[in-house]
Structures are given as C-alpha cells and as structure tokens.
Write a protein that binds this ligand. Structure first.
Ligand SMILES: [Fe+2]
Length: 137
C-alpha cells in the first residue's frame, strides 16, 4: 500500500486491493508495454469504474455532508468535483486512443491521469487532515 493510502477514509473504493486505481494503472501499463491491448482495455475500463465509484462516494456522500458543516468550503469542493469529471473524461480519451490502436497515446494518458489523481487525492487528504485537527482542538 502506498504511503498516501495509510490513513484513508473508511469505505474508500481504493481500500479494496485489486480495484485500487494505482494497481489498475500498473496492470494497464504492463499490458500496453507488451502490446496486449485487450488486457489493457479491460484494466482501463476497471480503472474507470473504480474512479467512478470513488468519485460518486465523494460527490454524493462526503462532500454534501462537509458542505452542510462548512459553507466556506463550497469553492474547494466544487473544484474537486470538476477534477472528478475531468479525470473521467481522461479515461474516455484513453479508451478512444486504445480503440485507435494508439498504445503510446494511451500509455501517456494513463500516466497523466494517475499523476493528476494522486495529486488530487493528496489535496483532499490535506483538506480532511486540516478539518480533523481543527475538530479535535
Ligand atoms: Fe476526489
């Protein structure tokens, strides 16, 4: 488990091992590296579903709950929602590249996506960490 996952929130999609976006990214890249586009496609589709579940939980459960407690976070939460949508668009574009047999574009898109995802996760964790510390004082 990567260090940034060590204090994940309960019920997070990537707490379930094989559906972790990082693992599916690795699985897809490995398949692309050996030219197995079908295995890559399956891993990328699973990655997309994993992200969809993960984002839906935040958009529909965590963020609305947070927004009722902290109206000042509305702008931050909206930005996170927009990033969710943007990352799902990336998945669609990666699958489109793959459908064109463009493994290079798919691999580059996958690396961009996972980098954006991990940065996004880091900023969400930082926000939650700050909220938790404030609540405990
Ligand atoms: Fe998020």
């Amino acid at each position: 488990m990567a260090p940034h996952e060590s204090k994940g929130r309960p019920g997070r999609a990537h707490a379930h091992g094989s559906s972790a976006p990082e693992e599916l990214h690795h699985e897809a890249q490995t398949a692309l590296a050996v030219g197995d586009l079908e295995v890559a496609r399956i891993a990328i589709e699973r990655l997309g579903r994993s992200l969809e579940m993960h984002f839906a939980l935040e958009d529909r459960v965590y963020f609305p709950a947070l927004a009722t407690l902290r109206a000042d976070l509305a702008g931050t939460l909206q930005r996170f929602r927009e990033e969710h949508d943007s990352m799902l668009t990336y998945v669609t574009e990666i699958l489109a590249a793959l459908a064109q047999q463009d493994a290079t574009a798919a691999a580059e898109g996958l690396d961009d996506l996972i980098t954006i995802f991990l940065r996004h996760e880091g900023r969400e964790e930082a926000m939650l960490g700050a909220l938790e510390r404030r609540e405990e004082i």
